[in-house]
Design a protein around this ligand. Structure first.
Ligand SMILES: Nc1ncnc2c1ncn2[C@@H]1O[C@H](COP(=O)(O)OP(=O)(O)O)[C@@H](O)[C@H]1O
Ligand SMILES: [Mg+2]
Ligand SMILES: [Zn+2]
Length: 362
């Protein structure tokens, strides 16, 4: 990027922990700016964590960049995702719950991408887990540059835990303030000021403005119009930006579009040849008044007792405090499924080795 300073000047270093906040209307080039910043951090030898992207999987664009050949890339996925990657792509995939601090030294680019999750809930759970792991990083040898596209999502993810907007906001301020102590540079983009309290702004090292549309600058920043003309702020081109440092330096600049930037509607998952499927999660037993329905785990247990331990249905029923009718019903259901489909979905969901075995007493 190139910056011309209009007031003061700032030599930006990419191996110091900084917080970035990029503001602009939809399509202003916010995410593109963060991607360029991420590349500058990689060039400086740091790691990158691309924490959120649009549902379309815009942050999978890394996999078609030159970095995919030079750097070690880790994709995080839902627990129940089965992800096939084409052999020509060198990338590892693992469930988010298995992420550990050593991954931030073992990999250069870690991507948490929406298409690898079956729904928003599981994606938000992953975001929270990843943040809490990073939070434990009290010793590090290089920075992690974290990209959060559409940062309002970060609030929604936190609200999954706290169920309370104020606490979620407090967390975001806290993270912005403390990130540097865990060797993390945070970069958020947003269309609005996220309704985040004004004092959050004082935690931002670099505030980057892209085209702001009709709304223009927040009132307390109107003094910047002494340096930058308002119509330009509203309608600048996607490759242009204005910047305000925490110390008050003001500049305008340009940056290049990374050649792997994903546009909406591109179908990047398909284009990369990624195949993503989701295993059904096991069904849990539910309480229906005095009666407890039988979940997948108990079903598989019945089949295992029947096949492996050769127990009679009455004995199994007594052991599990179920009626022998229920036990027989499940043995029948299991066998009907194996005969019809070649496997029993209940057993498969809990990964029972008997999922394709007929339950017969020998
Ligand atoms: N530096 C740039 N040079 C040229 N075009 C750009 C640049 N940055 C962004 N664009 C264009 O703007 C579009 C929208 O950018 P994007 O970062 O997705 O916007 P936002 O995240 O603000 O919604 C991109 O698809 C690209 O066509
Ligand atoms: Mg964006
Ligand atoms: Zn079964």
């Amino acid at each position: 990027m190139k910056i011309g300073w209009l007031e003061g000047s700032h030599n930006i270093s990419f191996d110091k922990a900084n917080t970035w906040f990029c503001l602009g209307v939809r399509g202003a080039g916010k995410s593109a700016f963060l991607e360029h910043l991420a590349e500058l951090h990689l060039e400086a030898g740091n790691a990158v964590l691309d924490l959120f992207g649009a549902r379309s999987g815009e942050n999978l664009g890394w996999l078609r960049s030159k970095w995919a050949k030079e750097k070690r890339i880790l994709l995080l996925s839902a627990e129940n995702a089965i992800v096939e990657t084409p052999t020509k792509l060198s990338v590892e995939v693992k469930p988010y719950a298995k992420i550990s601090l050593s991954d931030f030294s073992n990999y250069d680019i870690i991507i948490n991408s929406s298409p690898l999750y079956p729904n928003l809930d599981s994606e938000f759970e992953a975001v929270n887990t990843i943040i809490s792991i990073l939070w434990q990083r009290l010793k590090w040898s290089r920075l992690v540059f974290v990209l959060c596209r559409e940062a309002a999502n970060l609030l929604y993810a936190r609200m999954k835990i706290t169920e309370n907007q104020t606490l979620a906001k407090t967390f975001v301020s806290y993270w912005l303030r403390e990130a540097r102590h865990t060797g993390t540079s945070l970069a958020l983009d947003s269309q609005r000021f996220m309704a985040v309290d004004v004092d959050v702004r004082s935690l931002i090292d670099f505030l980057v403005f892209k085209s702001l549309g009709a709304g223009g600058l927040p009132r307390d920043l109107h003094y910047m119009y002494r340096y930058i003309n308002p119509p330009w702020m509203q309608r600048m081109k996607p490759f242009q930006f204005a910047i305000l440092s925490r110390r008050g330096d003001i500049g305008v600049g340009t940056f290049p579009l990374v050649d792997w930037h994903v546009k909406e509607g591109e179908g990047i998952v398909y284009q990369l040849g990624l195949k993503v499927q989701f295993e059904e999660a096991p069904e849990k037993g539910e309480s229906r008044g005095t009666f407890q329905t039988l979940g997948d785990r108990e079903h598989a247990q019945i089949i295992a007792l029947y096949v492996n331990e050769h127990l009679g249905m009455k004995v199994i029923a007594a052991r599990l405090s179920r009626s022998s009718y229920t036990v027989k019903d499940h043995v029948d259901k299991h066998n009907a499924a194996v005969e019809k489909m070649g496997y029993c979905p209940r057993c498969r969901r809990v990964k029972s080795p008997l999922d394709a075995v007929l339950a017969q007493r020998l």
